[in-house]
Design a binder for this molecule. Structure first.
Ligand code: SAM
Length: 270
């Protein structure tokens, strides 16, 4: 077995990985493509229990991968899990037309008939019921759009690896309060803003009845954008988490623009 083959999982299609340029036409892997393969394999492993549970519960479970880029993740999940099962759909949503065209061609050539690759913004994407939402490194507020998509489509599982959270860093610039030393310098504002964004995302999901787990995604050698937010819905709402979200946002004078509670009914009076 060559070094490259050791990086592949049993049953994983070499032809697909070549079409995605993860493997070279000789079957080799360079440092960048090995990193991408490791990220996708790691996410595939982390969400396998959700896919298995959905395949058990439903005849045609649906996974939506949002901010899909070249659709590495959707195509590889289809190859690993939905193709062998012979059922289940994958929807990929991506804003860039050039990436969509390539992904559609690869899906057609791979015979992935239950994969739809949609061109457009996540916020405007419409689908039927969706069971699992994934967003791997969907830039800045695209991750918030993915959270709203999950709520709109009543997804039971949400798996997010956020990236480039810039919105709150901007809003912290100039915010003065008792904690403002925490974001005094631009690099601290960027880091603290990113941390705050993900904390609020977790609370927002909890407020909508998800049980949330936040862990390291993969080794730093495979990705620097490394926070994994995994959520499984088990109730309609959680007023305590909503109150925590609102308290934190008010204390720090910062709230993600898209994560508002408008669609939820008001909190009962204390
Ligand atoms: C860093 S790339 C990650 C791509 C892919 N998930 C991966 O891990 O290979 C982020 C992708 O999200 C897309 N994107 C950003 N904002 C979006 C939005 N609001 N709606 C749809 N796609 C978006 C970008 O065009 C880009 O292809």
């Amino acid at each position: 077995m060559t070094d490259t083959l050791k990086d592949l999982w049993p049953g994983q299609s070499e032809a697909l990985l070549k079409a995605l340029h993860i493997l070279t036409h000789n079957g080799g892997l360079n440092a960048d493509s090995r990193r991408k393969l490791k990220q996708v394999q790691h996410l595939a492993q982390l969400i396998k229990p959700a896919i298995d549970a959905c395949l058990k519960e439903k005849d045609q479970p649906v996974l939506a991968d949002l901010g899909a880029g070249k659709s590495y993740l959707g195509l590889i999940l289809y190859d690993l899990y939905f193709a062998p099962a012979g059922r289940g759909r994958v929807i990929a949503v991506e804003a860039r037309a050039d990436l969509i065209a390539t992904a559609r061609k690869i899906a057609a050539e791979s015979g992935f008939a239950r994969m739809d690759i949609a061109h457009g913004r996540i916020a405007e994407a419409e689908a039927g019921p969706v069971d699992i939402v994934t967003a791997l490194h969907a830039c800045d507020t695209a991750t918030d759009e993915a959270i709203l998509f999950a709520l709109k489509h009543e997804a039971k599982y949400v798996a997010l690896v956020p990236c480039c959270q810039a919105e709150l860093a901007k809003s912290l610039d100039g915010t003065k309060n008792t904690l403002d030393q925490l974001w005094r310098h631009p690099i601290q504002r960027r880091e603290f803003g990113a941390q705050l964004t993900n904390v609020l995302r977790g609370l927002f999901l909890e407020a909508h009845g998800y049980k949330v787990r936040v862990t390291e995604f993969t080794g730093l050698e495979h990705s620097l954008k490394n926070e994994f937010i995994y959520a499984e819905r088990h109730q309609r709402s959680n007023p305590r988490a909503r109150a925590e979200f609102e308290k934190l946002a008010a204390q720090l004078g910062a709230a993600p623009r898209l994560l508002s509670f408008a669609p939820l009914s008001p909190l009962p009076a204390a």
